[in-house]
Design a protein around this ligand. Structure first.
Ligand code: NAD
Length: 276
């Protein structure tokens, strides 16, 4: 698919991987809808274990794209809420006259021993990481069907291998890959392609506000700052010895957009950390 002039929705676009993907599509001439919790975070995410994006971050992400000559609007969404997903898609179609690409990137993590993992945390991880893909895709498919579109789901290396203390997150990402394959098989007759990207270790809030703060991980690597812990994980576990970046994931998203004969894959970008 040619990217220039296409309309793309990116969820979780206020920061991190989603922002990187939104910026890359805008650089290629796409019209971008940057979607994130914004003021909805107060209701949907302010009690989460680390901060989710605020309204100011969402607005800053959209402004930065427009200031560089791109075309971007910001729309608030809670991907775990059906009406909110419908509202996002309808407003995007109204603003840009159609929809070609949906990037389901919004995601959250919580870690801890399975034996006392809170049921409410399990449910929230699945509500965002799995039901979010389902609800956003359901809202978008009627519009994509008219254009022969594309869905890209951001899964994880944790969707290909189990990691200790990450049961809910791993299960949600395995589910995201299963949903990707199922939708790819089902929607091929409409020329809608569905693929996933599986990031390795990306230098975002998910690591710096959560994973690198783990005492267990700090003890394992003999580190005491989040920066040193993240760097040690990369040195000790990633064959190419470099972290992944939002830009790496954006390159993968652009590739999958252009790759007209590719559907149902889960493309791992991890410096060799995961080779499947
Ligand atoms: P991040 O926390 O920086 O970004 C996630 C974004 O999703 C935030 O802006 C947050 O506000 C938004 N979000 C959370 N709940 C939402 C909801 N209910 N509705 C709408 N938006 C919501 O983290 P990131 O690392 O950029 O993560 C992006 C995606 O990449 C996630 O799906 C994550 O699981 C996946 N991932 C990240 C890594 C990594 O190493 N950082 C590795 C593998 C996969």
């Amino acid at each position: 698919m040619l990217i220039k002039g296409k309309t793309v929705i990116v969820t979780g676009a206020a920061r991190g991987i989603g922002r990187g993907i939104a910026e890359a599509f805008a650089r290629e001439g796409a019209r971008v809808v940057a979607a994130d919790l914004g003021s909805l975070a107060v209701e949907a995410g302010s009690d989460w274990h680390y901060s989710l994006s605020a309204k100011s971050e969402l607005e800053a992400a959209a402004s930065a794209i427009n200031e560089r000559g791109g075309t971007c609007i910001a729309i608030e969404v809670d991907v775990s809420d059906r009406a909110s997903c419908q509202n996002l898609v309808e407003n995007s179609v109204e603003a840009f006259g159609g929809l070609d690409i949906l990037v389901n990137n919004a995601g959250i993590i919580q870690t801890g021993p399975i034996v006392n993992f809170a049921e409410s945390d399990w449910e929230r991880v699945f509500a965002v990481n799995v039901k979010g893909i389902f609800l956003m895709s359901q809202a978008a498919i009627p519009h994509l069907t008219q254009n022969g579109g594309l869905i890209i789901n951001i899964a994880s290396v944790a969707g290909k291998r189990g990691f200790p203390y990450m049961g809910a997150y791993c299960a949600s990402k395995f589910a995201a890959i299963g949903l990707t394959q199922s939708m790819a098989a089902e929607l091929a007759e409409f020329s809608i392609r569905v693929n996933a990207i599986c990031p390795g270790n990306v230098d975002t809030s998910m690591w710096f506000d959560h994973l690198s703060k783990s005492k267990r991980r700090q003890q394992e690597h003999g580190t005491d700052t989040v920066e040193d812990t993240f760097a040690a994980v990369i040195q000790d576990h990633v064959p190419l010895r470099r972290e992944q970046t939002p830009r790496d994931m954006a390159e993968a998203a652009l590739y999958l957009t252009r790759a007209d004969n590719v559907t149902g894959i889960s493309l791992t970008i991890s410096g060799g950390f995961e080779m499947n």
